[in-house]
Design a protein around this ligand. Structure first.
Ligand SMILES: NC(=O)c1ccc[n+]([C@@H]2O[C@H](COP(=O)([O-])OP(=O)(O)OC[C@H]3O[C@@H](n4cnc5c(N)ncnc54)[C@H](OP(=O)(O)O)[C@@H]3O)[C@@H](O)[C@H]2O)c1
Length: 247
């Protein structure tokens, strides 16, 4: 299909927003999209030297901590000052916090994870609908969830519950924003170990999937690109989990 020249021009100008784009999966997606000529805006919570490499590629970096409603609304205002339109939004920011024993900490933990995984995507999607509609090409919202939603977790129940909420929001926003904006989710299992994961943990984690590999961030970036290229996909939660469900 030939893309009309006007649409190509707008595609070159409308950025994709990636939350939590300063490291690991978010950073890989940001760099790959930027290298392909797609303008990118990322949010980061923590300033680190590597962010300068992203800035050198022309990626816009906005500081944002999605810990409460006020910070999320402040970020939305600064985003609107930075761009008039958006090609897409990838909700990648996440905290993998373990459950807490004492009730006060458990409550604070749940509230925090709810705010990062559900409230921030909800408010950003709602507030950014006009920015997405201002772009004249295909528009995408992608929520990054977690395959563990299908099973639950003994140690990360609040994390999983709020990711399940994010998957539910995927379907609701897909219905609400149709036919103008596609809304999908990606549900990864093990993609990248944390540097401090020990050998025993790594071995146990690898055995949970049929393919038994640590695939790296590339498989998530590929899935993001697949969703963005596909014009007949909305309201879908795509597992990227190396065959966990078949063993
Ligand atoms: N890695 C895996 O194997 C795996 C498996 C299943 C699902 N996932 C999902 O894939 C996504 C990316 O995974 P990852 O391993 O790259 O995650 P990660 O290394 O933990 O990075 C998460 C990102 O979210 C940002 N963030 C955390 N708390 C935030 C807050 N309160 N406000 C704003 N930003 C915040 C972090 O910012 P700073 O670094 O700037 O602080 C960081 O850039 C996540 O949604 C995760 O749940 C990953």
């Amino acid at each position: 299909m030939t893309i009309p020249a006007t649409q190509t021009k707008i595609a070159q100008l409308a950025p994709v927003l990636i939350t939590g784009g300063g490291r690991r999966l978010g950073r890989h997606a940001a760099e790959t999209l930027a290298d392909s000529g797609q303008p990118v805006i990322i949010t980061y919570r923590t300033e680190r030297p590597e962010l300068d490499l992203l800035r050198a590629k022309g990626i816009t970096t906005l500081q944002a901590d999605f810990t409460d409603e006020a910070h999320i609304l402040d970020f939305i205002q600064r985003l609107k000052n930075a761009t008039l339109c958006l090609r897409g939004i990838i909700h990648n920011a996440s905290d993998w916090l373990p459950d807490q024993q004492d009730l006060k900490s458990a409550s604070e933990n749940f509230q925090h994870l709810f705010t990062v995984h559900m409230l921030a995507p909800l408010l950003i999607n709602q507030a950014c609908e006009p920015l997405l509609l201002a772009y004249q090409g295909q528009r995408d919202i992608i929520h990054i969830s977690d395959a563990v939603v299908q099973k639950g977790s003994k140690k990360h129940g609040a994390y999983v519950a709020t990711k399940a909420g994010l998957e539910s929001l995927t379907q609701s926003f897909a219905a609400r924003f149709a036919p103008n904006i596609k809304v999908n989710a990606i549900a990864p299992a093990l993609i990248m170990f944390q540097p401090n994961d020990d050998a025993a943990y790594r071995e146990k984690a690898l055995k949970k999937s049929a393919l038994q590999i640590e695939p790296g961030a590339e498989v998530i970036t590929q899935t993001i690109q697949y969703i963005m290229d596909n014009r007949y996909l909305t309201g879908v939660i795509l597992p990227v989990e190396g065959g966990r469900s078949v063993i």
